[in-house]
Ligand binder design. Structure first.
Ligand SMILES: C[S@@+](CC[C@H](N)C(=O)[O-])C[C@H]1O[C@@H](n2cnc3c(N)ncnc32)[C@H](O)[C@@H]1O
Length: 213
């Protein structure tokens, strides 16, 4: 994926950062909170990487004893995450970093999480390989993602609208993230459908132990 695509992604999230939490307030209340709690229940603690931290909405749900290092490509989203970490007195690391080029050594994290991120990363398979590389072999990689619905008309409509939604809001709506997890070589433990039609999935995988990115 080109650096241009990455720059465009960063610019989109920098642009929507001031309104991001308000944009999502209703769905956050109705569903996301519950799903975030569910995701974090699969993380035991230890050294945890959060990819695409955004405005830091997961901070509330960090398990006790976890040392979380969070990265994002957007300075503006990170600014908000820093403020939230400060408000919640969360002791965590927050760093500007591209998920496709993680600046961490191999196998340093016990687990990794991401919520609604691999719909935005320009090259999701490359980024998933990077996550695989930095998590210890067998360590959990837990993702909460909206994905392309695997039904004829709805799926095709999502493919059609994908470029427009990408331009206006930032994410792709037709990503096949469960398939991308397998393509990146991670070992899928379980995929849980959180909504009817398979629009939102909780993907629980394990690091393969491969070290090449
Ligand atoms: C839809 S937001 C989700 C934010 C947060 N995880 C949440 O649940 O609210 C996607 C986030 O992924 C970040 N992102 C996109 N591409 C990225 C990349 N290549 N590396 C790191 N972060 C990226 C964006 O900047 C944005 O903050």
């Amino acid at each position: 994926m080109t650096r241009d695509a990455t720059r465009r992604t960063k610019a989109r999230y920098d642009r929507i950062a001031p309104i991001y939490d308000r944009m999502e307030a209703v769905v956050e209340e109705l569903a996301f909170r519950r799903w975030r709690k569910k995701l974090w229940a699969h993380v035991d603690g230890g050294r945890v990487l959060e990819v695409g931290v955004g405005t830091g909405k997961n901070i509330l749900y960090h398990p006790e004893g976890a040392g979380v290092t969070a990265v994002d490509i957007s300075d503006r989203m990170l600014e908000r995450a820093r403020q939230r970490a400060w408000d919640l007195q969360a002791d965590m690391g927050l760093t500007l970093m591209d998920a496709e080029r993680l600046g961490f050594p191999d196998a340093v994290f016990d687990a990794a999480v991401a919520t609604f991120v691999f719909c935005s990363v320009p090259d999701p398979v490359k980024a998933l390989k990077e996550v695989d590389r930095v998590v210890k072999p067998g360590g959990r990689i837990v993702l909460l993602e909206h994905v392309r619905v695997n039904r004829p008309i709805v799926g095709q409509l999502m493919d059609l609208l994908d470029p427009l939604v990408l331009r206006l809001m930032g994410p792709h709506i037709s990503r096949r993230t469960a398939e991308n997890v397998a393509k990146a070589g991670l070992e899928t433990e379980r995929v849980e459908e959180l909504t009817a039609g398979g629009l939102v999935k909780l993907i629980i995988a394990r690091s393969s132990g491969k070290t090449e990115g």
